[in-house]
Ligand binder design. Structure first.
Ligand SMILES: C[S@@+](CC[C@H](N)C(=O)[O-])C[C@H]1O[C@@H](n2cnc3c(N)ncnc32)[C@H](O)[C@@H]1O
Length: 293
C-alpha cells in the first residue's frame, strides 16, 4: 500500500482533528491524541515517537469507535474512563459527574481551614454529594501531617455514584480513611462534623435546558440540576449544617457566580463570617460560613 494510504498515527490524527473541528469540538487535536493514545494503550507523548507508523487494525477499530462516539457528543472522560483531578487519576463513567478543575479550589480552601486545627485533634469532615469521590479522596491523601487521624465521611444519594467513589478510594489507598454512606445530604450523618464540604448540584432549570449536549445527554441529571433556581440543594444543606455542624465548624459549598450571592444570603442566624471566595480565575465560586461558637 502506498505510504499516503496507510492509516499512520499522523494521518489518523489529522483526519480526526478535521472531523472534530466540523463537529464544533473545542480542542480537536488534543482530544484526538487522548483517544488514540488510549486506544493504543500508550501515553499521549509516545504518539510523537511513532508518528509515521500504522497502528494495528484492532487498535484502529477501538479508535474508530471512540471517534464515532465523541462525534456523537460523548465526553472524552467517559470514553477513556478516567479524569485527572488535583494530579490524581479518577475512574469516571456515566454514574458520576466528570470532575471540573474549579473544584480543586474547594480542596485548597478546605485544607486551609484544616491546617488551623490543633495537632492530635480528630476533625470529622463530611463530603456531601461525593460523586466520583474526588473531594474525599484528595483530602484523605493531602491531610495535614498533624491531622492524619481525621475522619472523613463521604455521602451521596446515588448508590451508583458511591460504588465509583469507593473504587477510587481503594485505588488511591485511602479506603480505610473514608466511610461511605448513602444519604440525602447530611441525614445519615449522626456525628457532628467539624467541616462540611460540598460541590452540590447547582444548575437552575433554565440553565439545565441550555446546557451543551455533551453535558446534558451524558452526565447524570441528579448531579447537575438543583430546582428552578439552582439553589435548592445548597439551601437545604445550609439549614441542615446549621443544626449538625459543631460550633465553630465550617461549611464550604461550591457554586456558580450566578447563585453565589443568593446562597450567601441563606447563611443567617447561627453563622459568622459568611463569605464568597473566588476561584483561581477570579470568579465567585465558593460560599463559606462558620457556625457561631
Ligand atoms: C455536582 S456533583 C459533585 C460530585 C463530586 N463531588 C465532584 O465535585 O465532582 C453532585 C453530587 O451530589 C449528589 N447528590 C444530588 N442530590 C443529593 C442529595 N440530596 N444528597 C446527597 N447527594 C446528592 C449527586 O448524586 C452527585 O454525585
Amino acid at each position: 500500500m502506498p505510504p499516503e494510504e496507510k492509516w499512520t498515527v499522523s494521518r489518523l490524527l489529522a483526519w480526526t482533528r478535521d472531523f472534530f473541528k466540523k463537529k464544533g469540538i473545542e480542542k480537536p487535536q488534543l482530544e484526538a491524541e487522548i483517544l488514540l493514545a488510549c486506544a493504543m494503550q500508550i501515553k499521549r507523548i509516545e504518539l510523537y515517537t511513532i508518528y509515521e507508523s500504522e497502528p494495528p487494525e484492532n487498535q484502529r477499530a477501538v479508535y474508530r469507535d471512540f471517534v464515532r462516539r465523541r462525534g456523537a457528543g460523548e465526553p472524552v472522560a467517559y470514553l477513556v474512563g478516567s479524569k485527572e483531578f488535583y494530579s490524581l487519576t479518577f475512574k469516571v463513567d456515566r454514574r458520576v459527574l466528570i470532575p471540573r478543575p474549579e473544584t480543586e479550589d474547594l480542596v485548597l480552601q478546605t485544607l486551609d481551614k484544616l491546617s488551623a486545627y490543633p495537632a492530635g485533634s480528630e476533625p470529622v469532615i463530611a463530603d456531601v454529594g461525593t460523586g466520583s469521590g474526588i473531594l474525599a479522596v484528595t483530602l484523605a491523601k493531602h491531610l495535614p501531617k498533624h491531622l492524619t487521624s481525621a475522619k472523613i465521611i463521604a455521602v451521596d444519594i446515588s448508590p451508583e455514584a458511591l460504588a465509583v467513589a469507593e473504587h477510587n478510594a481503594a485505588v488511591h489507598h485511602v479506603a480505610e480513611k473514608i466511610e461511605f454512606r448513602q444519604s440525602d445530604l447530611l441525614e445519615q450523618v449522626a456525628e457532628p462534623p467539624d467541616i462540611v464540604v460540598s460541590n452540590p448540584p447547582y444548575v437552575s432549570r433554565p440553565e439545565y435546558e441550555a446546557l451543551p449536549d455533551d453535558v446534558k445527554n451524558f452526565e447524570p441529571k441528579l448531579a447537575l440540576l438543583a430546582g428552578e433556581n439552582g439553589t435548592e440543594i445548597a439551601e437545604r444543606l445550609i439549614a441542615q449544617s446549621s443544626v449538625k455542624l459543631k460550633p465553630g465548624g465550617y461549611l464550604l459549598i461550591e457554586g456558580s457566580p450566578m447563585i453565589a450571592e443568593k446562597v450567601k444570603s441563606f447563611f443567617t442566624g447561627c453563622w459568622d463570617d459568611s463569605q464568597i471566595l473566588p476561584d483561581l480565575a477570579g470568579r465567585q465560586r465558593i460560599i463559606c460560613g462558620r457556625k457561631r461558637q
